[in-house]
Design a protein around this ligand. Structure first.
Ligand code: NAP
Length: 294
């Protein structure tokens, strides 16, 4: 048996086209479109690429994007002022501070300064706190975890009552995706670097979400036959046959797992495209809430 390949690229494209239509409807109703401010500090190549991709995706669906590129030596106070100005700007419905920030900046203070109503990354401690509590809906859910659940939903995978195992407990992926699965009534196990008998625990999963950042760590014989595997990992491994000298692989050994699982996301082309689609959706939701309220 070979697993169904969950095509994140196609699902994300469908979501973007839905968002485009919703933005057009908003424009017709309010003569306004959603606006996303992207704050980039310094000149990290990967961060520049992510911000460029996000701005391009905004343009494609009709969302305005405002780039704010700050030098790497910007002071904490100047960066805070920039965030506060964006909080006050009525054309901005979402603020994205591209992480990581330089070492001299207190990341927690900057993320915490973003207005709750514009926290489209969903990283504000109050949004994360609400996500972790029962019946306390956050205003925004972090994009990659939200994308994982959307992939399950759009593939028709039932979550209620299933055994879910999340590999990884980071603030940006593991922890929030675990909370989302719990709210959807999965019976949940969270694994991390201190977990004993990891393969045995992973083998209990009807739904496995892997977010560890270790290339192909999860082998085929760790997977329960018929499980659904969402592979968040993006890892570059040397590959002299490729022009760039490397290729991207997930946290799961795809070729082994696809013979055991019922469905699996590829890397690339699985969770990755969903992250940006969910950022667009969060920005649209933020704009809708603001326009409906004021
Ligand atoms: P992270 O902050 O480094 O967290 C990794 C987690 O994995 C930690 O909880 C760690 O445990 C656990 N871990 C590490 N080694 C382990 C091992 N040998 N056995 C069991 N658990 C282990 O990483 P992250 O930011 O969550 O990202 C995870 C992966 O997802 C990366 O490959 C990243 O590139 C990718 N990612 C993809 C997207 C996307 O859009 N597709 C978005 C974000 C991240 P401890 O807590 O005990 O240290």
């Amino acid at each position: 048996m070979s697993a169904q390949i969950i095509d994140g690229k196609a699902i994300a494209a469908a979501i973007r086209s839905e968002i485009k239509q919703e933005v057009e409807a908003m424009k017709a109703q309010y003569s306004r479109v959603p606006g996303l401010a992207a704050v980039l500090v310094g000149e990290r190549k990967d961060s520049q690429t992510y911000v460029r991709m996000k701005k391009k995706a905004c343009a494609e669906v009709g969302i305005s994007s405002f780039g704010h590129d700050a030098p790497a030596d910007i002071s904490q106070a100047e960066l805070l002022t920039l965030v506060q100005d964006l909080n006050a700007n009525p054309d901005v419905h979402g603020i994205l501070v591209q992480l990581p920030l330089p070492d001299h900046i207190d990341e927690e203070a900057i993320v915490g300064a973003v207005s709750l109503e514009k926290d489209v990354d969903g990283f504000h401690p109050i949004n994360i706190g609400r996500l972790s509590m029962k019946r306390r809906d956050p205003l925004f859910v972090p994009c990659t975890p939200k994308g994982c659940i959307e992939l399950l939903d759009r593939t028709g995978v039932a979550i209620d009552g299933k055994r879910a195992v999340v590999l990884g407990r980071s603030n940006i992926v593991g922890l929030p995706v675990a909370m989302l699965l719990l709210h959807r009534n999965a019976t949940l196990t969270i694994c991390h670097s201190r977990t004993k008998n990891l393969p045995e625990v992973v083998r209990e999963a009807d739904i496995l979400v892997a977010a560890v950042g270790r290339p192909e760590m999860v082998r085929g014989d760790w997977i329960k036959p018929g499980a659904v595997v969402i592979d968040v990992g993006v890892n570059a491994v040397d590959d002299p046959t490729r022009e760039k000298g490397y290729r991207l692989v997930g946290d799961v050994a795809f070729d082994e797992a696809k013979d055991v699982a019922a469905a699996i996301t590829p890397v690339p082309g699985g969770v990755g495209p969903m992250t940006i689609a969910m950022l667009l959706r969060n920005t649209l939701e933020g704009a809708r809430r603001t326009l409906a309220g004021g």
